[in-house]
Write a protein that binds this ligand. Sequence first.
Ligand code: NOJ
Ligand code: CA
Length: 674
Amino acid sequence: MRKTIIILAAICCLFSCSKEAEVSSPDGQLTIDFSLTESGVATYRVSPKGVSGELGFSLIKIADLGVADSTMTDAIDLRDGFSIVNISTSSFSETWETTWGEEQYITDNHNELVVELKHKSGIRMDVIFRAFNDGFAFRYRFPEQVGLDSFMIMDEHTSYRFDNEPIAWSIPWRTEYYEAIYTDAPLLSKDSMCDPITLQWADGSYGYLHEAQLVDYPAQNFYIADSSVCTYLTPWQNGVKAYCRAPFQTPWRMLILTDNLSDLCASRIMLNLNDPCAIDDTSWIRPMKFIGIWWGMHLKTMTWRQSPIHGATTANMERYLRFAAEHHIQAVLAEGWNKGWEGYEGVWPDERFSFVEPYSDYDIEYLSRLADSLGVEIVCHHETSGQAGQYQQEMEAAYDFMKAHGITAVKTGYVSPIITTLDGRQYNCSQSGVRHYREVIQTAARKHVTIDNHEPVMPTGLQRTYPNLMTQEGIRGQEWNAWAADGGSPASHVCTLPFTRMLAGPADYTPGVFDFSNPVQPNTRVHATIANQLGLFVTMYSPLQMACDLPESYMKHPDAFRFIEDVPCDWKQSKLLMGEIGQYVVFAREDRHSDDWYIGGTTDDEARTLKLDLRFLPKNRTYTATIYRDAEDADWRTNPYAYTIEEMEVNAETTLQIWLASGGGFAIRLHAKD
Ligand code: NOJ
Ligand code: CA
């Protein structure tokens, strides 16, 4: 539940109409300058980093035109011809409590500048800037005004120019459901990019270009023009970017700027730019670890549809539920429990799924009673096949059906026969898609249902407002290591994600493979050791965290599985201890519900020794450290199963030397002694 500790908001000063305005961060280190050029182009410049750009739109008033599909020649060009009407600044400081997260308390400390503009066409548009100690953000606002009730945004003309060109880590726009490997190259050499982009400068500083609070607007993508990064909004099928009604405000455009990678990972600007929690009673929202009838289907040893190797049978689910109860795993996912998978033969079915009809060999009544008696939850699965329209009509009934069976969490999916579209028409990340996913979240909130959204739009921090949106995909997850034609993700992938996709919010990556054989696709596999897979439970944050392998795989290594049983998925605080994008990463996190700490790390193909300084621990406390690490002969290619487990006493003065094999990693539980 949201808890405000300090609120301090004050309108500081009002300027008369001026050509220029500025606002600085609370620590005075970052300044945003706003100015208009001679021809009335709205521009900004941020120092000391040297980021600048132009602000503007092309839009069409619907009342003028009367039709929804028109050409750019009709557009009003809001790129010059602005004058300043008013300027105001204010300060804000608040510490709020998260429902769940990497941090229990988050401080939002910023200064705001509002520039009210008038365009020569008569249209009024405001730009709101926020200066934080670790970056800045701005959004556009179209206030209520005569003649602008209804309009179409044909283009947003926001640009970012950097005095010093950084390296950019990104994936191209239109990447299939954002499921790709982030690659690095000089920013201006990139072809196209989608949100988010991680920036790395030669002086060791970092940036993160993303957006926050994406509501009723398309997701942002980028292209390079005139040595600048320019916004390209995901269009509707007819080319229109957004249908809007004034008053209207866009999502925040944000850029985190920090001197080092730890501060980049610690930045909470994105969450601070989202609205406070809109759910009064959040007691039903619970972070959980889960296992599931899932990996077998990706390995093709089970099927979603009814068959001799159907995964979601009563007997199989009972086995999973009992295993979860015995091993302190709170929930079990069952995919393929419902009718609609019949046509699935390696090609995605173009048919409708039922969300209320179980297969005849899946006794939902019995399994719900059993789950209840065991104290284990069931995670439901709604694959929509991208049929958003159908889902929108049926989701209420689907959630009622879940609730009638004691189920509160659902994994939704949108794998469409026409990739990356909803209903075969609109992009998932278009305004249409953004509207759909929000309706799902809001309906689910009303019904007290939590969501794990696969094939989503890129997350932008909406979980602050609707914490029932617990985790999302939008990542090249573990499943690719079962069937990807390229052989599986390189070991560097999970050393890149914590600095790229994961900074946009929790991801359902599904760590925890313990059996690296792949009977159907022997050339595709997980490029990791067991110790690496354990480390992911700390480095890859998700409040619904799936341990993806089969119970029988876990029972081959029960001592290593102990870490998965112990590790929580809700944290009091989190710290990046060390890392280099794409090479290695080490996080330490403090359990939200005890004084225990957990450390996890992974490396790329390079074996390395890391020196862990435990100085972050509280002084005068001793911990029993259980260390799960690669054995001396471990290597993801030749010996992924070789690990050692050792126990020792440690405190804030301890330094640990940990060797990580190629594709290896480690995990440590630090249990606080009384
Ligand atoms: C894609 C999801 O990412 C995956 O986890 C799921 O098993 C399949 N769709 C089937 O719905
Ligand atoms: Ca997927």
